[in-house]
Design a protein around this ligand. Structure first.
Ligand SMILES: Cc1cc2nc3c(=O)[nH]c(=O)nc-3n(C[C@H](O)[C@H](O)[C@H](O)COP(=O)(O)OP(=O)(O)OC[C@H]3O[C@@H](n4cnc5c(N)ncnc54)[C@H](O)[C@@H]3O)c2cc1C
Length: 458
């Protein structure tokens, strides 16, 4: 019997999965393999929310494979060693997997390729599985990647996408491909109470529902904090329970301004992946340094704690930070506001904020997290690196009647829209009754400090 292995990584689905399709075409039987990579755990990247979501994804993938006559094989340990073991145990000839785009993924792929070649086996890596347009496919004439989104998007939008690959009807798994028990969702500590469930079935339900009642309005409502009208597909995209290629095809078929605006956001996702692929050090280092001497845990510990815990005294900031802990997710507009507040108003190192996000976010993703943080800190690809978002004017604009603030900061639930964004303006007696902190810094003090630090006159 001719056997292939399909190694699942950040592509935990059966629909539109080119490596699985290729493995099935190449062999009579396929080992669908997932390895809990010890290196990811050692790097501290397996935070509770993502670990719990991952378990849901694996359970769902296993169920999908069982419906087709197969099952998922789960192993733990060093990824390269585990894949080689499975290859030997099942006498597989090829291993198929999706391309990854971080330095970690590139090194893993290199190690795996040479280990397999050493035993006469082949590694086949497939592009356009975890992103729609792979890094390097569109480049400007003078560089290996685009540093500005708008020209990138023009090229990205013109790039033909591969067709969507249908889910297989049947998967035959060879004898002897044993693994661990596929974990059930739910036995994790430290998980956000409102964490959504993972898995391809859930992702497909969400896409169907969003296409019905959210997509057409996306262009006009995506910044409305209280409406919560975005797709919430980011964790599914991160774990690959939905395919970005399929989403772009479906949105384009649907058509209209909402779908177009949604596709543009998917291009942002690819944009950051191509920056990280070309400049892997930007996971930790400034993309474009502004020669900052950031405040850190040592010099701004109390401010950082207040920010993390949602008690800065700025209602929209506190609402957003509490949402993050409760759901493992935060609205994009809120992410921009809290990132601007930490890096500009408090002038704290973006890496501190990025690490906190990576701990809590179920969609926490090195490319999109670190590079969005850098964008807002002004050390990334933003062409206006010194822009500062004012949390009061922004919350009045994107949460005009204060519904979002009241949802997450119950201390302010009784305040009128006029005051809910600025409780410090309450008459002294009413203010004293409120169990809510005063602002930890005035916006003008924060702005002066930031401008001086960046060499701009205050
Ligand atoms: C400081 C900061 C940190 C962020 N960290 C992450 C992260 O770790 N992981 C992550 O996936 N996104 C991150 N984002 C981007 C964005 O906030 C989320 O992708 C989005 O809020 C997810 O919600 P949604 O799925 O409803 O998005 P929708 O608005 O429905 O957008 C659809 C999809 O487009 C992609 N997308 C949307 N906005 C962006 C963006 N600005 N950059 C890249 N991709 C985008 C996402 O995959 C998203 O699921 C971050 C943004 C900021 C400002």
């Amino acid at each position: 019997m001719n056997v292939s292995v399909v190694l699942f990584t950040a592509d935990l689905r059966l629909t539109d999965h080119p490596p699985l399709r290729a493995a099935l075409d190449a062999a009579d039987a396929v080992v669908p393999l997932f390895v809990r990579d010890r290196a990811i755990e050692a790097a501290g990247f397996a935070a509770p929310n993502r670990r719990a979501f991952l378990d849901g994804c694996l359970a769902d993938l296993d169920a999908g494979l069982r419906e087709r006559g197969g099952h998922l094989v789960v192993r733990s340990g060093d990824l390269v060693q585990e894949v080689c073991r499975v290859v030997t145990e099942t006498d597989a000839e090829e291993v198929h997997m999706a391309a990854g785009h971080s330095r970690f993924a590139a090194r893993r792929e290199e190690r795996l390729r040479s280990a397999l070649e050493a035993v006469g086996r082949r590694l086949c890596v497939h592009d356009a599985v975890t992103v729609a347009v792979p890094p390097g496919m569109v480049t400007p004439a003078s560089s290996d990647h685009f540093a500005v989104f708008t020209p990138y998007y023009r090229h990205w939008a013109r790039t033909p996408l591969r067709p969507v690959v249908r889910a297989p009807g049947r998967v035959v798994v060879p004898e002897g491909a044993g693994g661990e028990r596929v974990p059930a969702h739910g036995d994790h500590v430290g998980v956000s109470p409102a964490l959504p469930p993972g898995g391809e079935s859930q992702a497909r339900k969400q896409v169907t529902a969003y296409w019905r009642r959210g997509l057409d309005g996306y262009e006009t409502t995506h910044d409305d904090l209280a409406a919560d009208a975005t797709s919430r597909l980011s964790a599914h995209l991160h774990f690959g329970t939905v395919s970005p290629v399929e989403l772009v095809h479906r949105a384009r078929r649907h058509g209209g301004a909402g779908a177009e605006a949604f596709v543009r956001q998917l291009a942002w996702r690819d944009f950051h992946h191509q920056v990280l692929a070309a400049r892997p050090e930007t996971a930790h280092a400034d993309y474009r340094t502004q020669h900052d001497h950031w405040r850190t845990e040592r010099t701004a510990g109390a401010d950082i704690d207040a920010w993390r815990e949602g008690r800065t005294g700025y209602p929209v900031i506190d609402a957003a930070m509490r949402q993050l802990r409760h759901e493992g997710w935060m609205h994009n507009r809120a992410r921009l506001l809290v990132a601007s507040f930490l890096t500009k108003t408090l002038y704290v190192d973006w890496r501190i904020g990025a690490a906190h996000f990576l701990y809590w976010l179920v969609d926490g993703d090195v490319a999109n997290n670190q590079l969005n943080w850098q964008w807002m800190a002004g050390t990334g690809t933003d062409t206006r690196p010194n822009r500062v978002l004012n949390p009061v004017t922004q919350s009045k604009k994107y949460d005009p009647d204060g519904t979002y603030v009241r949802r997450w900061v119950p201390e302010l639930a009784g305040l009128a829209p006029r005051l809910v964004h600025e409780p410090w303006k309450l008459p002294a007696a009413d203010r004293a009754d409120l169990d809510y902190p005063d602002p930890i810094v005035s916006l003008s003090t924060g702005l002066d400090r930031f401008r001086r630090a960046r060499g701009k006159e205050a």
